[in-house]
Structures are given as C-alpha cells and as structure tokens.
Design a protein around this ligand. Structure first.
Ligand SMILES: [Zn+2]
Length: 317
C-alpha cells in the first residue's frame, strides 16, 4: 500500500524535543531571540542598556535608563503563568505533533498541572493559531461544503437547519487534479449574507468555487468568483462525489479529530477556536518538524491573552 507522504513524514520525536527544548535556558534563548532579534529593548522607553537577574528561576531584565523591570515573558502569551517555558514548549509539541486533537485532560496528565491550568494554556495556544490563520485566503480551484459540529445522531451528516449544531463552512483549495493544498474553516450560518462575507474575505480571484449547489453559495458570483455547482442529491452519494473528495476527506478528519471534545464543557462556545486549530495544523502539515518552532515564535510575538479574553467567546486576544 502506498504511504501517505504527509502522514509518514518524520516529525519531531519526543527524545529530540527534550534534547532541544527540555531546559529553561534553551527555551529562554529562543524566546529572547524571537522577542528581541536586535537585542533587548525596554518595553517602556525602548532603551537597550540593561542588567539581568533571576528570581525564582525566571529571567528578568532591568532597563538602565528608566529602571523598568520586566520578565522575559511579559507581553507575550506566556505571561501571567506559573508554568516554566519547557512546559509551555511541551504543550505546544503535543498539540502540534498529535494527529488528533489533544484534550486539556491529556495535557493535564502530560504536564503534571491542574485541569484549569491545562485548559487555559490550551485555549491560549489555540487562540494564537486562530490569529495566525485569520487572514488565510484561498484561490484557484476551491471545494466548499457546509457542515456541522457536535450533536450528531448515529453518524452521517446532520440535516441542515437542525437545532443545537454549530454550523461552519469548510473550503479546501486544491490542485487542478484535486489534491488538497490549503484549508479554511469558518463558523458561520449558511445565509447569503454570511457566505458573501466569507467569499470576500477568504477567496481571491481567479477562483472557482466547487459546491454541491446549496443556494447560498450562488452569491459568490457577485464577488468575481466563478461558481461550479454539482447537484449531488446529498447523503452518501454526495460524500463520494469525485468533485468533493478533498473537502469530504477534510470534513471526515475534522470529525475524527474533534469527536472526543464535542461534549466537553463549553465546546459550542469555543468551536471557532477548535476549528482554527484544525485549520492551522492542516495548513502546516507538510513540515511537522518545523511546526513547533513556528508556533512558539508566534506565541513569543503575540500579545498576552488573559483569562477574561479567553472566556469571551468571540474575542480575539
Ligand atoms: Zn526603559
């Protein structure tokens, strides 16, 4: 049987992870280089002269000009956390190397922290992923489908308009031969206004949207995007239609990946974040060995995401 190149690529092994990121000093050197590539700059006065000291094994800086003190992680996603940087890095490693979604409960066990700590850390990192993907745009041949998360009854796609489902649009950019390239997931209702807004933000001409003919997808014609409807009749026939292999495969993987978290407390409220994580990982799936560094750098350069912002459903930190 032919091996799937993406699935069988060499990721970052656990032993390699601990060799590179197991010590605080190793993680600190990286965060420092990402935060201040030209050397320390005081957050208050931008001065470069400074002294350094440690308190409770954490690295601090004091500006020589204005005496301002800050830790290495102040002003980053790692701020306001008692977790050491190696634990943050381990969480990022687990969240980026696993094929399926890593639950907060699993993170709790692997990191040896409380459940609330693991939950908060996971959501902060998912928000970093959401922010990195918020301007993702697709072009060329794009397969699109409407789908729901959560509350399914005995498999199969839940009916459109069913209550208690979280509607989202899945769009997959493919090569001309149908190989998936990039994905865009967006939690939104299937109305014309909503789909038009999605098309204007996420599709770039020249693009051809391949859909199953659902009425609301017709509105993309007004945005300069070509529309190629295939009326499939829905159900199993729709899932096997050759024009939708990429998007249907992606939807199947999303369901598998998130199946264990559908019923988690607050899942509906935070579904956009789970979708953002799936999208982030999918769009970086060709280079598993580099994905941890990319996420860690983004987290080092992102602004803090306090608990109240994490709990605000629609917020962007
Ligand atoms: Zn200063």
């Amino acid at each position: 049987m032919a091996q799937n190149k993406v699935q069988y690529q060499r990721g970052l092994s656990m032993s390699e992870f601990f060799d590179r990121y197991g010590l605080s000093q190793q993680c600190e050197a990286l965060v420092r280089a990402w935060r201040w590539p030209k050397g320390f700059a005081c957050p208050r006065c931008q001065g470069g002269w400074h002294s350094e000291f440690r308190r409770q094994d954490r690295l601090y800086f004091q500006c020589s000009a204005c005496r301002y003190q800050c830790s290495l992680v102040c002003g980053t996603v790692f701020e306001s956390s008692k977790l050491s940087l190696p634990k943050w890095f381990l969480a990022m490693h687990l969240m980026t190397q696993a094929k399926n979604n890593v639950s907060a409960l699993e993170l709790k066990r692997h990191l040896g922290v409380s459940y609330p700590t693991a939950w908060l850390l996971k959501h902060k990192l998912m928000q970093v992923m959401v922010d990195r993907e918020q301007w993702r745009q697709l072009t060329g041949r794009v397969e699109i489908d409407d789908a729901y998360l959560g509350g399914e009854v005995h498999g199969g796609k839940a009916g459109r308009g069913s209550p208690n489902k979280i509607p989202f649009v899945a769009a997959v950019q493919t090569t001309e031969s149908g190989q998936p390239v990039l994905m865009c997931l967006s939690q939104r209702p299937f109305t014309k206004e909503s789909i038009r807004a999605f098309a204007e933000q996420s599709l770039v001409a020249p693009a051809t949207l391949v859909s199953d003919g659902l009425g609301c997808f017709k509105v993309v014609r007004g945005t300069g995007i070509l529309h190629e409807p295939h009326v499939t009749g829905g159900g199993a026939a729709s899932a096997k239609h050759p024009s939708f292999v990429a998007v249907n495969t992606a939807l199947g993987n999303i369901k598998t990946s998130l199946a264990g978290t559908y019923h988690a407390f607050g899942f509906a409220k935070y579904a956009h974040r789970y979708l953002g994580q799936v999208q982030y990982l999918f769009n970086r799936r060709f280079d598993l060995r580099a994905i941890l560094v990319r996420l860690a750098r983004a987290a080092s350069q992102a602004v803090p995401c306090p608990l109240r912002a994490v709990r605000a459903a629609e917020s962007s930190c």
